[in-house]
Write a protein that binds this ligand. Structure first.
Ligand code: FAD
Length: 566
């Protein structure tokens, strides 16, 4: 069986009145189609390519993305992906692959994915290469009758009016189609032509360095090096490089920095890879290669009229830490329920504006963190003495190993990045007056505080609290039951589902100290308070973006937020 995903459907576009057009069928576009589709919206997704993963990136799937996949019923698909369940997700730093191992960060395999997050999450991070990850997302989307995926269809431009947005689409055979919908989500990647057409600029630092990435088959690698398996090997000699495992066997992506202005021929790429392995004659087959630039940039605007940017179209970051796609999936997790609520006619425009207010600071935070990881790696020594078998070389390796342990582990100890983001100052979150807890990249402290991820607690029936969230809002009560009628009426009037859940008998009290906690469909706490007399109408108007708080109260200070992340 070929390891590459199959091509996607390329037929005519015949979906009846889409609610949302998604441009781009990378992981973020597929995630958008799924999340919008399960909410009952009619979705048309088009992608200019054929849907085959010719050049795989983004294997590191974080705990928050896994929680989202769990909500959609596809987290367990990782167990049936082609990546071996027992292959350790270790990270190894070496001189060359056939040289000395300097340090190793041990991490459980996909099979043990819940170990590092016990008590924090019902899921855990996994290694799920694109061949199977995108395929699982695509299969979920194809299973939704209200979602149409069309490949080899390119968006050539968009136009919008007060009433809708039209995407001008052309298939590779020249067939044209104009797709009009109330909303469009641009998931068309780093070079987003939708973003360009709207004149939205990127803020930050562009093209900090250029790297080569080779997708390569090395049949004997694991057998010929004297190293325990790892998902990534970082070499320092004779040059910096990263070998990332794509199937736990013979497929690897090898990336390394290029000198400014230099490119490599295929023979040079093969020679570079062999040098980093340290076995001159090791057989290998180059399958694909890309030259890419590392950026630390975020779009100046996430929304223009009826068009929203998500994923790499909205932010680009160094791959260090594996946060790029995960941040993009976080974008659509945030946006999908908002679009559904507005399309159904029950929510306000403020709900859509809150997308940028909530997600842009997270992108600034995560791009900053990724850059910090990248720079910590650049600071590692690459001196030839590291190869010296004598005492001087040993001392140099010991010093390098110490530096790796002290400065590099944070990249993979990132539960804070994954789960600890918060929508502080969001116009659709009702603050409880408490002081914002510190946002630590490496550790996560659950907090059922407005704007934060609602914590995981095991319920008496064995499910997680997170399993309660997704379809609509959830009002948890941890002591006496509130009078359900005014809550029901307030949400029903807005055509939004509300479930009132009695949590007074469970272990929730510690994790959810407030008497009432209102959780959004994306699992974020929207409001918490006391049983006595909440102003229900005002709460509902705020959390649905009908009565947003003024902008000067809600402007997020990204600089303050990210200073500790550098
Ligand atoms: C070496 C490397 C390793 C990485 N590892 C990780 C990782 O482990 N974890 C992680 O989270 N991130 C990782 N990333 C980042 C990750 O690859 C990206 O963030 C992610 O692919 C972005 O997904 P996307 O769907 O937004 O865009 P893309 O994956 O770029 O998809 C965009 C899609 O839009 C389509 N498209 C473009 N223009 C048009 C048009 N005009 N009309 C129709 N379709 C169009 C394209 O065909 C493409 O399919 C890595 C990146 C690199 C370079």
């Amino acid at each position: 069986m070929s390891v590459l995903a199959e091509p996607g459907p390329t037929g005519d576009i015949d979906i009846d009145r889409p609610d949302v057009v998604v441009i781009g069928g990378g992981p973020v576009g597929l995630a958008a189609a799924v999340d919008l589709g399960v909410r009952g919206l009619n979705v048309l997704l088009v992608d200019a390519g054929d849907g085959v993963a010719n050049y795989p990136t983004a294997e590191s799937i974080d705990a928050r993305t896994m929680e989202w996949l769990r909500q959609l019923g596809i987290a367990n698909a990782v167990e049936h992906s082609g990546f071996p369940e027992s292959y350790p997700r270790d990270i190894s730093f070496v001189t060359r692959l056939s040289g000395y191992e300097l340090a190793r960060f041990r991490r459980p395999s996909n099979g043990g994915r819940r170990e590092p997050t016990t008590g924090i999450s019902p899921e855990g991070p996994v290694w799920w290469p694109k061949f199977w990850f995108d395929t699982a997302l695509r299969a979920r989307a194809l299973g939704l009758p209200n979602v149409q995926l069309r490949y080899r269809w390119r968006c050539e431009g968009i136009s919008q009016t007060e009433y809708g947005v039209t995407a001008n689409l052309v298939r590779s055979d020249g067939t044209r189609h104009a797709a009009t919908a109330p909303y469009l989500v641009a998931c068309d990647g780093a070079r987003s032509s939708v973003r360009g057409g709207l004149g939205i600029t990127m803020e930050g630092s562009r093209a900090e360095a250029v790297w080569e990435g080779a997708f390569v088959e090395i049949p004997d690698l694991l057998a010929r090096i004297n190293l325990a398996p790892a998902v990534q090997y970082y070499t320092l000699r004779p040059r910096r490089s990263i070998f990332g495992s794509l199937n736990g066997k013979d497929l690897w992506r090898v990336t390394y920095p290029l000198e400014p202005g230099k490119s490599q021929t295929e023979d040079e790429i093969v020679a570079t890879i062999r040098e980093c392995i340290g076995i001159p004659d090791i057989p290998l087959v180059l399958r694909d290669g890309r030259v890419w630039a590392g950026h630390t940039v975020v779009a100046s605007a996430y929304r223009q009229g009826r068009v929203f940017l998500a994923g790499d179209a909205a932010h680009q970051m160094w791959p260090s830490g594996g946060h790029g796609m995960n941040t993009g999936i976080g974008d659509v997790h945030n946006l999908a329920w908002k679009l559904a609520a507005v399309v159904r006619g029950g929510a306000g425009e403020g709900l859509l504006d809150s997308y940028q207010a909530e997600r842009k600071p997270v992108a600034v935070r995560n791009t900053t963190r990724a850059a910090a990881n990248y720079h910590a790696d650049l600071a590692l020594p690459t001196d030839p003495i590291l190869d010296d078998p004598e005492a001087a070389g040993k001392r140099a390796r010991q010093a390098a190993a110490r530096q790796v342990r002290e400065t590099r582990e944070a990249e993979w100890r990132s539960l804070g990045v994954q789960l600890g983001y918060r929508y502080e100052g969001s116009p659709i979150v009702v603050p409880d007056g408490s002081v914002e807890p510190v946002d630590e990249p490496t550790s996560y402290a659950p907090a059922a505080r407005p704007g934060h991820r609602a914590p995981h607690v095991v319920l008496p029936d064995g499910r997680s609290t997170l399993d309660l969230f997704g379809a609509g809002f959830v009002l948890l009560h941890t002591s006496l039951a509130p009078d359900p009628q005014p809550w029901d009426e307030a949400f029903r009037a807005r055509r939004i589902r509300l479930d009132i859940v009695d949590a007074s008998q469970s272990q929730l009290a510690e994790a959810y100290p407030a008497e009432l906690v209102l959780v959004r469909p994306d699992g974020i706490v929207a409001w918490s308070g006391k049983l006595a007399d909440p102003d229900i109408a005002s709460i509902v108007e705020t959390v649905l973006g009908i009565a947003s708080r003024p902008a000067n109260e809600t402007t997020h200070d990204a600089e303050r937020m990210t200073s500790r992340w550098r």
